[in-house]
Design a protein around this ligand. Structure first.
Ligand SMILES: *[C@@H]1O[C@H](CO)[C@@H](O)[C@H](O)[C@H]1NC(C)=O
Ligand SMILES: *[C@@H]1O[C@H](CO)[C@@H](O)[C@H](O)[C@H]1NC(C)=O
Ligand SMILES: *[C@@H]1O[C@H](CO)[C@@H](O)[C@H](O)[C@H]1NC(C)=O
Ligand SMILES: *[C@@H]1O[C@H](CO)[C@@H](O)[C@H](O)[C@H]1NC(C)=O
Ligand SMILES: *[C@@H]1O[C@H](CO)[C@@H](O)[C@H](O)[C@H]1NC(C)=O
Ligand SMILES: *[C@@H]1O[C@H](CO)[C@@H](O)[C@H](O)[C@H]1NC(C)=O
Ligand SMILES: *[C@@H]1O[C@H](CO)[C@@H](O)[C@H](O)[C@H]1NC(C)=O
Ligand SMILES: *[C@@H]1O[C@H](CO)[C@@H](O)[C@H](O)[C@H]1NC(C)=O
Ligand SMILES: *[C@@H]1O[C@H](CO)[C@@H](O)[C@H](O)[C@H]1NC(C)=O
Ligand SMILES: *[C@@H]1O[C@H](CO)[C@@H](O)[C@H](O)[C@H]1NC(C)=O
Ligand SMILES: [Ca+2]
Ligand SMILES: [Ca+2]
Length: 847
């Protein structure tokens, strides 16, 4: 049971802390002082990268960065953030620094905080699983997460890649890494994202609090407006980091640990100016300076990097206030974090700490500061003020207060001016930041292009001369693991039979949009850099663009996003494609990632007279709905659509697979994730064949596929990749309950094989009139009803299972149309020796 924050409880702790500060100030002045132990918790946003590199550049006998943990419920997605961080540390030669992310622990209804809670959800919404809504996170645009996950496309073009990377069940959790760092000795903690991880640690391992020397908080806003640019209509006072988990921030600030906060008050005074930008353009003598500069496009203020500067300066010169800090004016303020809105004690369904409970969670006080209305979302009617765009909710506000409800915090109020009057830079920190980044000490070793003597970016495209191209196909996928097997399978089919024209990516399925880079890498591996890839909408049809309907049903942790975003750790074994997601780019508009509808239109234009396209969907039907709604005439050029998904309620009591929404017993994920799109597509004039859950389950045997693959003595890089992936899924499913659903990804491969093989699989197909339940409640959305008056569709009921397994295995093991570059290892070998004739690799493909 975690200790509850109670008012006044932190007094004595603060006294102790004050003594500790005095002692530390004294020792910092001593020449032979041991290095400061640092722990950084980061959400890997652009400003975080700059902060981290600034810290990594410090003299290690002064500041020793012991561990980094990732805050996984804000601007980045865990799988992308953690691998990004591993790459930065590899560049900097710091593979020794432990990195923590995620975890699958939970908080029980009674309030027990298990070890290893992943920090994917704010404390108020954390229960027994990592699936959940986006009460606060919805303030962050999904396009913003995509930009940050990929660092606007810069990351994969620049950073080298070492041997560390996320791997399921082997990745150290954030809680473990934090606990180990703090157990080893007194440590200063920098919080650059939401406070979820540290709050969880303090709740579940309260004895470690004494080893937290001080917490430096980047975030909050005291005497200035908030910065929720998407959400001021509900809440004009909160700042993103604190808003991401107000209750966690309350826990940290009121824990009795001494806190220095670097809020908007201070960071507003140090924007990224023209002068800074042009100075930076001139001064890039290290890889880290180059990377920071390339990343800077997205940043408007120096948030985390300034906070890091102020924090390190405080540690170096003492915490006694402004006079000592090189970069900021600081003063003590008495503040608190608003976690709920008045009137307190009103149970209105918005506050899971109190609502529907006889005793409040964590022993919170009835009628106390946590018992009011909690903002339910950025359009919460409670928060909106009629005819005003400044709402009345204050969740996450770091508010000044007198009296015992407040804690005393050292607060930075502004950035100090530059002491070098000859510099074009107006702030001391701007000057020092560029200086530090360009120091020759502790410098990056290489970027991806200088790591290898013969690095080059090559696009592989097959030679279509003299090849009659086969049936035009579009594959629409949501990047669940089975979809990658399907994609590889389609690329293996002889091109005179199957002509894959385009891949469309769903942005609202089992992976975050940034995982589109894995698709580019698979295409590169298979020598198909000619195939266009379109990215679709990130939310379900008719849902607001800020939000998580209905992807809240997908776990964020194990078996969910963190795994699909890394292809269960295997994405990094793929060769790196020169094609990758690129954000809107002022200088190179042509590099912008195309939308699904752009790709559709270009494929349509290439069709010969009378030629028609076959579409295979293996995710929610969002993209196809977008196409059929935007192009009224689309169905005239679409011959047939194979839809993987759905479960027919036709007398039997077979259950669906939306295991995170137990009240919905009969829906299947692809339909559930976008019921309205499914309805739109199924009610259109398209000729549809459904490959529903029932038949998928008949063939979804890991033993079956793995056994068939094993019968081949010959292997291809792609058959090895698929074998590794499926074996891993099978082992995970056996080992760990969070992976119990792995076979749903095996079943989805059937769609591609059936589309190609048809009658060879001895299928049994029936015509059924069906309709989709949409626009109702989560307990029924996505279900399929068989109804006489509904539109008839073809439904696959059964097939010859062993024929299916054999066919899939034979195709993957076939050395024709095999990988051009089998893996990242192979690619590194290519980059390490002089280039052969450019055509050599292509020739290998043609044999
Ligand atoms: C780092 O600090 C130590 C101890 O103060 C000093 O001996 C050493 O020269 C410093 N290194 C650099 C590169 O400044
Ligand atoms: C990698 O570093 C080299 C040498 O500094 C530089 O010329 C090159 O532009 C860098 N690569 C990228 C992708 O920026
Ligand atoms: C802030 O709180 C401290 C005690 O924590 C108190 O001594 C001080 O007077 C307070 N300052 C203000 C301005 O309320
Ligand atoms: C295409 O076919 C022509 C005539 O059969 C032949 O001369 C030519 O070499 C072939 N080109 C390729 C690339 O195979
Ligand atoms: C896609 O997003 C755009 C706005 O970004 C919206 O106007 C459109 O309705 C969405 N389409 C679908 C099919 O969700
Ligand atoms: C999104 O989901 C929430 C919670 O289930 C629901 O209240 C809301 O109406 C949904 N919005 C849309 C546009 O479907
Ligand atoms: C399809 O998506 C594009 C791009 O987001 C959007 O502009 C268009 O409005 C969408 N069409 C429909 C009918 O939602
Ligand atoms: C759907 O397409 C299949 C294959 O092209 C064809 O056999 C069938 O007649 C079509 N059904 C309808 C209703 O057009
Ligand atoms: C879904 O419900 C909303 C609100 O009740 C309604 O405006 C909309 O037309 C419905 N959409 C469909 C496709 O039924
Ligand atoms: C299924 O296909 C296999 C060939 O892969 C064949 O040997 C077997 O007889 C078929 N089974 C049935 C029931 O037709
Ligand atoms: Ca941050
Ligand atoms: Ca899928």
């Amino acid at each position: 049971m975690a200790t509850a924050p109670r008012k006044g409880s932190s007094r004595s702790a603060q006294l102790l802390a004050a003594v500790a500060v005095l002692f530390l100030t004294a020792s910092a002045a001593g020449a032979a002082a041991a290095p400061r132990r640092l722990l950084v918790d980061t959400d890997m946003d652009t400003d975080d990268l700059l902060a981290l590199l600034y810290i990594l550049k410090q003299n290690r006998s002064e500041f020793d960065l012991k561990a980094i943990t990732i805050s996984a419920n804000a601007w980045t997605d865990a799988g992308h953030a953690v691998n990004h961080l591993y790459d930065i540390l590899y560049m900097m030669g710091r593979d020794d620094i432990p990195v923590g992310v995620g975890g699958d622990g939970a908080i029980s209804d009674a309030g027990d905080v298990q070890r290893n809670v992943g920090g994917y959800l704010p404390l108020i919404d954390q229960s027994m699983s990592t699936a959940g809504g986006c009460r606060y996170r919805q303030a962050i645009p999904l396009s913003g997460r995509l930009d940050v996950d990929t660092n606007f496309g810069v990351r994969k073009g620049f950073l080298p890649q070492g041997s560390r990377g996320y791997r399921p069940l082997r990745q150290p959790t954030a809680q473990r890494v934090m606990a180990e760092a703090l157990s080893a000795g007194p440590t200063s903690v920098l919080l650059l994202g939401t406070h979820t991880n540290l709050a969880l640690l303090l709740m579940s391992r309260p004895h470690l609090r004494r080893n937290v020397e001080r917490v430096y908080v980047s975030g909050g806003g005291v005497r200035v407006a908030g910065n929720l640019f998407t959400a001021t209509a509900a809440n004009p006072v909160a700042e993103f980091n604190v808003f991401g988990d107000p209750f966690a921030a309350y826990q940290v600030l009121h824990s009795g640990v001494p806190v220095t906060m670097i809020p908007l008050d201070a960071t507003n005074t140090i924007p990224v100016t023209e002068a800074f930008y042009s100075e930076f353009l001139r001064r890039q003598s290290t890889y880290e300076a180059q990377y920071c500069f390339l990343s800077l496009d997205g940043g408007f203020y120096m948030w985390d990097q300034f906070a890091a500067g102020v924090a390190l300066s405080s540690m170096r010169h003492g915490e006694t206030g402004s006079s000592n800090n090189e970069f900021a004016e600081l003063e003590y303020m008495n503040i608190t974090v608003v976690t709920s809105n008045k009137p307190y004690g009103v149970r209105d369904g918005s506050n899971p700490f109190f609502d529907g409970r006889t005793t409040p969670k964590f022993g919170l006080q009835e009628g106390g500061v946590h018992s009011g209305h909690v903002e339910t979302g950025i359009r919460d009617p409670f928060c909106l003020v009629p005819r005003s765009n400044r709402g009345r909710c204050q969740d996450g506000y770091t508010k000044e207060l007198s009296g015992p409800e407040a804690v005393q915090v050292l607060v930075a109020t502004s950035a100090k001016p530059n002491t070098n009057k000859n510099s074009p830079l107006d702030k001391e920190f701007s000057e020092r930041f560029l200086e530090v980044l360009n120091l020759p000490e502790n410098t990056g070793r290489f970027n991806i292009s200088t790591q290898f003597p013969y690095y080059r970016e090559v696009l592989y495209k097959p030679d279509f001369m003299n090849v009659t191209r086969g049936k035009p196909i579009i594959f629409d996928m949501d990047m669940s693991p089975g979809d990658f097997v399907s994609l590889i399978y389609l690329l293996k089919e002889p091109r005179h039979e199957i002509d894959l024209k385009a891949v469309l990516i769903n942005g609202n399925g089992w992976a975050d949009s940034a995982s589109i880079d894995i698709v580019y890498d698979v295409l590169h591996m298979m020598g198909r850099d000619d195939i266009p890839v379109g990215l679709g909408n990130t939310t379900a049809l008719g849902s607001p663009t800020l939000g998580c309907n209905n992807s809240y049903a997908i776990p964020l942790g194990s078996g969910g996003f963190v795994d699909s975003d890394t292809l269960y750790g295997l994405a990094r074994s793929l060769p790196r494609s020169p094609r990758r997601f690129t954000s809107e780019n002022l200088y190179h508009p042509e590099r912008r990632q195309p939308h699904v509808f752009d790709v559709w239109q270009s494929v349509r234009k290439q069709l010969g007279p009378g030629q028609k396209i076959t579409v295979l969907t293996s995710g929610p039907l969002t993209n196809l709905a977008n196409i059929s709604l935007s192009d009224m005439d689309a169905s005239s050029v679409i011959e047939r659509v194979y839809v993987v998904g759905g479960l027919l309620r036709d007398g039997s009591d077979e259950k669906g697979n939306v295991f995170t929404v137990p009240s919905n017993r009969y829906a299947e994920f692809n339909m559930f994730l976008d019921p309205l799109a499914a309805k739109t597509v199924l009610e259109s004039s398209l000729n549809i064949t459904l490959i529903p859950l029932t038949v998928q389950r008949k063939i979804a045997s890991f033993e079956g596929v793995l056994g068939a693959l094993k019968q081949h003595t010959q292997h291809t890089p792609e058959s090895k990749l698929v074998h590794r992936l499926l074996l891993l899924l099978q082992q995970l499913q056996r080992k760990q309950k969070f992976y119990h659903h792995m076979d749903i990804f095996l079943g989805e491969v059937l769609g591609a094989v059936y589309m190609v093989q048809g009658s060879d699989l001895e299928p049994s197909v029936k015509v059924k009139p069906i309709c989709i339940v949409a626009n109702t409640t989560e307990s029924t959305n996505g279900q399929i009803l068989v109804k006489k008056s509904a539109k008839p569709v073809n439904v696959l009921f059964s097939l010859n299972t062993s024929a299916y397994h054999n066919h899939l295995a034979n195709s993957l093991a076939n050395d024709k149309q095999s990988a051009v570059v089998g893996s990242f290892e192979e690619q590194k070998a290519i980059w390490s020796r002089p280039q052969k004739h450019l055509g050599a690799d292509i020739a290998k493909d043609r044999k």
